[in-house]
Design a protein around this ligand. Structure first.
Ligand code: SAM
Ligand code: SF4
Ligand code: F3S
Length: 469
């Protein structure tokens, strides 16, 4: 008989949060919890939340509201909220939502098994709120990933957390704290284990600002963004070089990086490395120097474009994607046009674009803003349409070319296999020898294998191909 307990976990936000959820599930497995797909079946419900924009915030609150009914039907159920809203709101959440049992933060994941056992033994003395300020310095630095069991050839490995940049619009420095980096050899040992023991071929090094990776104490001595130590970037390149030595590791990706920390050494390594991904995500945020200065980004658009030029000179195959924010407070029509112009100049492979969302506690939220939400949304639509047209042209150059893709699933209609190229482009294809293709049922034969395809047509977001090998 299966006497395992069940956890229902909902994750919002970025890859760091997805990775934190993987760590949470590994920690919970050690105390006999298995994941389930419905809150109604669970003994424990956890929310790993995101506060980056109002939309993510609201989504979580509406899902939390739905839990009340489940808790009323099952009073033994435990409900916990973690992630960035957990850290920001803390005890206020418990006061407002009486059916919530505990609150935690990205720094206190390791304490979850202990808190659950306290509840199970009914030892609770006061409402538990486990935030970053309750951790010792040592605990805040402890985020060894060795417990994570991986289920495929792709894996995330956190190398640093926190952010010192304080971009004027961004809540992350308040939710994830200052930058902390894991020791280089600890990261190396993690990746080695993932490759040798779990068959991982592709790692993504994670952090809010990975290219300021600095495992000694350099990062922890300053709080403000105008202090930079060139050792930081060299140490990041040292880490990349060291990981390159691991036999069996095929692709090394990293995200997210900051243009200000994109050193010449790192750019040159993109040219000479055999394993660094041919895709780089390098958020620019705005095409206007005036807005970049207001955002406290620490670079000009000329500097950013020079980075792209150098990257493309050293690595001819590199494709670059970015993040952009439309409608920063009081953004003028000319500044918006600078965003559109940047798209032409940068030729991004894709972008994540957002309407500015004021986040409580950030500098930009204090600005008296005369821009209406309608204009913001309209500018966002205009930006997205322009980018899609650019993307379509870029992707059309794939037609007739051969690519290696790692098969990772089937398309939504379950009629084609789906995979990604080294540069992260999605390719759909049918194994022509197996028509009619059986979709999900035939997937096992190809899943997580590298195959060669030839692209026959493309759109702005995907390519259609046929299998060559
Ligand atoms: N650390 C990364 C960087 O420096 O670009 C990105 C971190 S953030 C998790 C992801 C993206 O969310 C940002 O690049 C930015 O475009 C967007 N973002 C952050 N705060 C925002 C806000 N208040 N309104 C709209 N978009 C926001
Ligand atoms: Fe936020 Fe800026 Fe830090 Fe990125 S670099 S996480 S946008 S403060
Ligand atoms: Fe969201 Fe926190 Fe990530 S605010 S984007 S989950 S760092």
């Amino acid at each position: 008989m299966n006497n395992k307990k069940k956890v229902y976990l909902r994750t919002y936000g970025c890859q760091m949060n997805l990775h934190d959820s993987e760590r949470l599930l590994s920690l919970l497995a050690e105390i006999n919890y298995d994941r389930c797909d419905r809150g109604e079946d669970a003994d424990l419900i956890l929310f790993n939340t995101c506060a980056i924009r109002d939309h993510a915030n609201s989504k979580f609150y509406s899902h939390l509201g739905e839990i009340k009914r489940i808790k009323l039907a099952n009073p033994q159920l435990l409900v916990g909220v973690g992630g960035c809203i957990g850290e920001l709101e803390g005890a206020k959440l418990l006061a407002k939502f009486k059916y919530l049992d505990f609150v935690f933060s990205p720094d206190t994941l390791e304490k979850i098994p202990q808190i659950i056992s306290t509840f199970e033994k009914k030892e609770r003395s006061s409402a538990p709120v486990l935030l970053s300020n309750q951790c010792s310095l040592q605990e805040k630095f402890s985020f060894k990933d060795t417990k994570i069991v991986n289920k495929g050839p792709r894996a995330f490995v956190a190398i640093m957390k926190g952010c010192n940049n304080f971009c004027s619009y961004c809540v992350v420095p308040y939710t994830r704290g200052r930058e902390r980096s894991r020791p280089l050899m600890e990261v190396f040992d993690d990746v080695l284990r993932l490759v040798e023991v779990e068959g991982v071929q592709e790692v993504t090094l994670l952090g809010q600002n990975v290219n300021s990776y600095s495992p000694d104490d350099v990062n922890n001595t300053h709080n403000v963004c105008d202090v930079r130590d060139v050792r930081n970037v060299q140490v990041f390149v040292d880490l990349l070089r060291k990981l390159e030595e691991i036999d069996g590791l095929r692709i090394i990706r990293y995200t997210t990086s900051h243009p200000r920390d994109m050193s010449d050494e790192l750019i040159q390594w993109h040219g000479s490395s055999n394993k660094l991904s041919k895709h780089l995500h390098l958020p620019v945020q705005s095409g206007s120097n005036n807005i970049l200065a207001k955002m406290n980004r620490g670079y000009t658009i000329e500097h950013y474009l020079r980075l792209l030029e150098k990257l493309r000179t050293y690595q001819k195959e590199i494709v670059i994607s970015s993040d952009m924010i439309c409608g920063y407070p009081n953004e003028t029509e000319d500044e918006h046009i600078s965003n559109l112009t940047l798209l032409d100049l940068a030729q991004f492979d894709f972008i994540y674009s957002y309407a500015f969302s004021p986040r409580p506690g950030t500098a930009a939220a204090l600005i008296v803003d005369h821009l209406s939400d309608e204009i913001r949304s309209q500018r966002l639509r205009e930006l997205q349409l322009k980018q899609l047209a650019i993307q379509e042209k870029i992707r059309s150059k794939m037609v007739g070319k051969k690519y290696l893709v790692l098969v990772d699933g089937v398309d939504k209609r379950q009629q084609k296999l789906k995979g990604r190229t080294n540069c992260m482009r999605i390719v759909h294809f049918t194994p022509e020898t197996e028509i009619p293709f059986g979709g999900a049922s035939q997937l096992q034969r190809y899943l997580w294998k590298w195959v060669e395809v030839e692209v026959s047509s493309s759109t702005a977001i995907s390519a259609q191909a046929h299998l060559l090998s």
